[in-house]
Design a protein around this ligand. Structure first.
Ligand SMILES: [Zn+2]
Length: 163
């Protein structure tokens, strides 16, 4: 008998790096938050760690895929130094005003559903930690438990809510 994986999905801005009030357009504004120990703890509990982030600034032309990739490389590298591995980073490059509707911009669940499919994840055993109501809506729509946290605050305090 095989078991499906379980995952912690994570919003990016305000959870992994400092929320700057709008899209983070430049690498110099990409400041990581110290959630290293908290994510290591969750990883040690057997969860895959997967990022799900709206990047509508791409559709607006405010930054490029290259600039975004630079941020995500840095994110992975620094967390890896603390023993934390992100399984994947899913982002929505769309914005309704520029590219029309899509199925992945949160509160739509598309990013989560993609992760669930790709990594054979059991949504009922998984969580989405986010700092906005739209994260929780996306979680619920994907069958994942949503956990709302305060923006730019340590997420260690919610570890008790996770099995
Ligand atoms: Zn999208």
């Amino acid at each position: 008998m095989t078991f499906k994986n379980k995952a912690i999905f994570l919003d990016r801005d305000g959870v992994l790096n400092r929320e700057m009030g709008d899209y983070v357009c430049h690498f110099k504004d990409f400041h990581l938050l110290d959630n290293f120990n908290a994510l290591k703890t969750l990883q040690d509990r057997g969860y895959l760690l997967i990022v799900a982030t709206n990047q509508g600034g791409l559709a607006k032309g405010w930054y490029t895929e290259d600039e975004l990739a630079k941020m995500h490389r840095h994110l992975k590298e620094v967390y890896l130094k603390h023993g934390v591995t992100f399984t994947d980073i899913f982002y929505c490059p769309h914005h309704p005003d520029f590219t029309g509707d899509c199925d992945c911009r949160k509160p739509k669940p598309g990013l989560l559903l993609r992760g669930i499919e790709k990594y054979d994840i059991d949504p009922a055993k998984s969580y989405f930690i986010g700092d906005r109501e739209r994260d929780i809506e996306a979680a619920t729509a994907a069958g994942v438990k949503g956990i709302l946290v305060d923006s730019n605050q340590p997420i260690a305090e919610v570890l008790g809510l996770i099995d």
